[in-house]
Design a protein around this ligand. Structure first.
Ligand code: PLP
Length: 471
């Protein structure tokens, strides 16, 4: 299988080619030239597979060029009960008949991003070894992505990680998760500024192509294709225990920010998983909800992005959304280019009168809704009272909309994107008690921390990387 750019003007590439890359050279994102299709016999055989084998079988559809034995080894090394707390990796919990929560957040940093990131760490290590090269990862984080990346890449050979975070703006738990890492290949840089300042510095440093080449800079951001594919796996894994036979349809509710998680659900549907509805849930940052209700896409400026109690969904521009639009316009790269030119010049586009909109409304399965802080607090309370479970504010976004959109005949699976322990303040507000904390995180905030504090100055960051990067 080959990959092409959503903008239609980049040479096609293999899975291995795009594994370490970000944007395509024409500014688009890489997507499969055509969707693989999982045959019924194969699908039937998947029902009883353990997670690592299932992951291998699904990844293989998208990674034809990748050595099979290595891919299998990466999947088995990644998806262990030890790393993810349960042999199922993503256990399904039933709240009541046809209402479930898919536990995606039992990995090392207690958010669903571990599932893809842990695999990515092992694939990176293999490719760097095979190609006899090194890589210096540069990233910016407001919390979950950075810690998931660091915990996936720590201690890996041929790799250093430089992660910028806004000083004093993450929760004490998130800070401790990153800054307490003692591995020599992890460099935490706290910037005296906001998340946007961190993001700007990463952009500035990466756009210095000579510097980027000289220091072999790479990224692990949300547009990484392997991350999307790794997330396709748990839609399958969640489907089987919620159904008895493979002709049943299920719906999924997904708290969304960069559109990576729910886009993986769309890919699962595209390759043959019988998904009825993909329920997209946003918080007050509701650009995507607006699109799926009206056909109009108007991303906000960073300054108009609200800071909410589900902070990992406080996104102004959903980076993976372009992949979905590419599919909706039947892979017409020139049309995607034209639409994103409208985003640049006019602040957005309107598909409501386009034939692509009919297709989205009729075939894509997407429905959407938004929640407010009060909705999330009420949902956390409701789930505690009715089902004796504590969910985090992101998962509550999804559950809130799922309860509105569910149909009695079809199972609804709500994706749990983080554990409540990460967002204790909101849990205390909702329930008047602390979130349950897995035993291995007791005393996390008291571990010694290591972080470099810097002014929001790209040149200073470059000097630091220059001194500490792997050659
Ligand atoms: C990243 C994240 C999200 C949003 O996922 P996307 O793939 O960006 O849509 C939701 N919840 C939590 C807890 C996250 O960390």
């Amino acid at each position: 299988m080959k990959y092409v750019s959503t903008r239609g003007h980049a040479a096609s590439q293999s899975f291995t080619d795009i594994l370490l890359e970000g944007l395509a050279p024409d500014g688009g994102l890489m997507v499969p030239e055509q969707w693989p299709r999982i045959m019924p016999v194969k699908f039937q055989a998947m029902r009883d597979l353990a997670y690592p084998q299932l992951a291998f079988e699904i990844l293989r559809f998208f990674a034809a060029d990748y050595p099979g034995a290595e891919l299998k080894q990466a999947a088995f090394k990644t998806y262990t009960a030890k790393a993810f707390g349960a042999p199922e990796i993503t256990p399904l919990r039933t709240l009541e008949p046809n209402l479930h929560i898919l536990g995606l957040s039992n990995g090392p940093t207690l958010a669903f991003k571990d599932i893809a990131m842990q695999l990515l760490g092992n694939l990176f290590e293999q490719v760097l070894e095979r190609q006899d090269r090194t890589l210096n990862i540069l990233g910016a984080t407001s919390g979950d992505t950075g810690s998931a990346a660091e915990h996936a890449l720590k201690g890996k050979a041929r790799l250093n990680v430089f992660m910028l975070s806004p000083r004093g703006r993450m929760s004490p738990f998130q800070r401790a998760q990153m800054y307490s890492l003692a591995d020599a290949n992890v460099f935490n840089i706290a910037i005296e500024g906001m998340f946007d300042d961190c993001q700007d510095i990463v952009k500035r440093v990466s756009s210095d192509l000579a510097f980027k080449e000289a220091h072999r800079l790479g990224a692990v951001n949300s547009i990484n294709w392997a991350r999307v594919v790794a997330q396709v796996v748990y839609y399958f894994k969640g489907y089987f225990p919620a159904t008895r036979s493979n002709d049943e349809q299920v719906s999924f509710a997904v708290p969304s920010g960069n559109f990576g998680n729910i886009f993986a659900g769309y890919v699962a549907k595209r390759i043959g998983l019988p998904i009825r509805r993909l329920v997209l849930a946003t918080n007050e940052n509701d650009v995507l909800d607006e699109f799926f209700r009206t056909g109009r896409y108007h991303p906000r400026k960073a300054a108009d992005t609200h800071a909410t109690s589900s902070p990992s969904m406080d996104i102004s521009k959903a980076s993976n959304f372009e992949r979905f639009i590419w599919d909706a316009v039947d892979g017409d790269g020139d049309k995607v280019t034209w639409l994103w030119k409208q985003v640049e010049e006019d602040g957005g586009f309107d598909l409501s009168t386009d034939k692509a909109w009919e297709k989205i409304e009729e075939d894509s399965g997407f429905v959407s809704g938004r929640s407010t802080h009060e909705d999330r607090i009420a949902t956390i309370r409701l789930v505690k009272q009715r089902y004796a479970q504590v969910i985090d504010p992101h998962t509550a976004d999804g559950v809130k909309i799922a309860l509105r959109m569910r149909e009695p005949r079809y199972p609804m699976i709500c994706l749990e994107t983080a554990l409540p322990a990460k967002f204790d303040e909101t849990i205390v507000e909702a329930l008047g008690e602390h979130a349950p904390r897995p035993a291995r995180f007791e005393g996390l905030e008291r571990l010694p921390q290591r972080v470099e504090v810097m002014a929001p100055d790209a040149e200073a960051v470059k000097r630091f990387i220059g001194t500490h990067a792997l050659a």
